[in-house]
Design a protein around this ligand. Structure first.
Ligand code: T5A
Length: 217
């Protein structure tokens, strides 16, 4: 992890838009690492602690409050602060491999970017709330909007949460932000095509983890 403090664990995050296959790949990677005898903790954002899950409900309920952008960013930062302090840091300190479904880069992509909050502001909130903790590796899964839409339609029908239900332009901007962040930090990000069958995507994720974090592939 990169925030100036050394901890023996490894911190891997999965990022990307809705329906790219993050949760599926988190599970497959966790199974694979556990099969190698590693202590693995799987978690997600927003969420991961009772307090952060309560904030998740406030943020994502499609019939709930229509938060302003700064309020939304503060709520994500508050949920993350609780999650990092109570779950992620203790797990890393005991040497676990922590795999998190979304983290700070989701806030940078969804609440930041053109016409939204400046990246420096979001990173400053992250510094205050979570000591600026960054993952060792961030896997960015990318699929075409058509593939993502087809998967989500198959799984959820027409239902979506308050943020997932925003229009196609919003989601295109989010995908562009993720790509920009990955280009700016190639040592932390790995961009992986999530359009193939799940096992093939998993093979690419495994190879990447082995190469970047020195685990057996
Ligand atoms: N958000 C979150 C912010 O705005 N700011 C933040 O800081 C944070 C942390 C969270 C929402 O909050 C926003 C972003 C989101 O809008 P969520 O409930 O966590 O939402 O949901 P998502 O992260 O959007 O996750 P999804 O479950 O929608 O998508 P996943 O996890 O990417 O995809 P997955 O694995 O669930 O797969 C979706 C479907 O496709 C199938 C699966 O079986 C499933 O049915 N699938 C595949 N099918 C074919 N081939 C493959 N390779 C497949 N992989 C998966």
């Amino acid at each position: 992890m990169t925030d100036g403090t050394e901890a023996p664990g490894r911190f891997i995050t999965f990022e990307g838009g809705e329906g790219v296959g993050k949760s599926t790949q988190v599970r497959l990677l966790a199974d694979w690492l556990e099969g190698q005898g590693k202590d693995v903790l799987v978690t997600r954002e927003p969420g991961g602690t009772p307090g952060a899950e309560a904030i998740r409900a406030l943020l994502l309920d499609p019939t709930g409050t229509d938060w302003t952008l700064p309020a939304e960013a503060l709520l994500f930062a508050a949920a993350r602060a609780d999650h990092v302090a109570r779950v992620i840091r203790p797990a890393l300190a005991r040497g676990a491999w922590v795999i998190c479904d979304r983290f700070i880069d989701s806030t940078r992509a969804y609440q930041g970017g053109e016409g939204a909050l400046p990246d420096e502001v979001i990173l400053q909130l992250h510094k205050v709330g979570s000591g600026g903790l960054l993952p060792d590796l961030t896997v960015l899964l990318e699929v075409s909007p058509q593939i993502a839409a087809r998967r989500l339609l198959q799984r959820d029908g027409l239902a979506s949460d308050r943020i997932g239900g925003r229009d196609a332009r919003f989601h295109a901007r989010v995908a562009h932000r993720f790509a920009e962040m990955a280009a700016a930090e190639p040592h932390r990000f790995a961009r992986i095509d999530g359009g193939a069958v799940a096992e093939a995507v998993h093979a690419a994720v495994r190879a990447c983890v082995a190469q970047r974090l020195g685990s057996k592939a």
